[in-house]
Design a protein around this ligand. Sequence first.
Ligand code: TRP
Length: 331
Amino acid sequence: MIGDNKIVFSGVQPSGNLTIGNYLGAIKNFSRFSEDYKTFYCVVDLHAITVRQVPAELRRRTYETLALYMACGLDPKKNTLFVQSHVSAHAELGWMLDCYTMFGELSRMTQFKDKSQKHSQNINAGLFTYPTLMAADILLYQTDVVPVGVDQKQHLELARDVAERFNQIYGPTFTVPEGYMSTDTMKIMSLAEPTAKMSKSDTNQNAVVYILDSKDDVMRKFKKAVTDSDACVRYSEDKPGVSNLMTIYRAFTGKTFEEIEREFDGRGYGDFKLAVGEACADGLAPVRDEFARLMADKAHLEEIMKAGADEAAYYARKTMSKVRRKIGFVN
Ligand code: TRP
């Protein structure tokens, strides 16, 4: 809590292009908090280097991710937008929390298991302790609420466990955070393989819709989306392709599943896919335009990063001095 305001923190990695899954499942929800909460939204570049990055690309994507935050409606006057590596307390607290996190706990993280399979040549210690750094991000700001996609649920549980453990040993130090997982867009699935999550690193170009895709690309991808042979627009677990398209359509139009079923009653999938493509492309157009405008002015983005980091560091310092004192470090 800062003053009367509860605190929201979330982070997005500057790696890969963001998908409509990232948009609908997380980023689009971020702006709803800025009226009632003190909000921190971070570009987590320290997390990104758990996987090998090309330096110039990492740098470019850091700017892009910040610009995308803003293009998705986050006003830097109402939200603290910053880059993780600009506030050294993240790495510092990350190390300290490593010492209160068990090897066994980290070994159970499904994302670690997945990523070590995918990057079997580079199973580095950072990949293993990734969740502790994420816990540090969250706990550093005494965060109450963390809006994330469902895939981050296990990491959030770990952050809660670590906070509780630390508080148990040293007395109340960290706020124990709650996750906020938006239920209506829980999980956007791949268009090509609708039983798998839509992933920004998918190699199949038709499986993934990116926030910055052109209208032509969006339309083409939806036209090719995998459905079924039933030719009936109905939400059902045994129709994962159609249900996924309905989830996307609902998210962009605000219509309910019943309304969508009625709208496409007796019409084929062709019509439906076109409508989903249109709704998605129209919804993304303002984001894409604003993104292009912001990316044209790097100096402006740098000013925002700088102001955000100063603000974040101010709050981080308060927690750090408390933590240092509790652990027993000499002041
Ligand atoms: N691990 C998150 C992801 O991959 C990103 C992240 C890092 C994050 N630190 C965070 C999300 C803190 C929420 C809060 O999506």
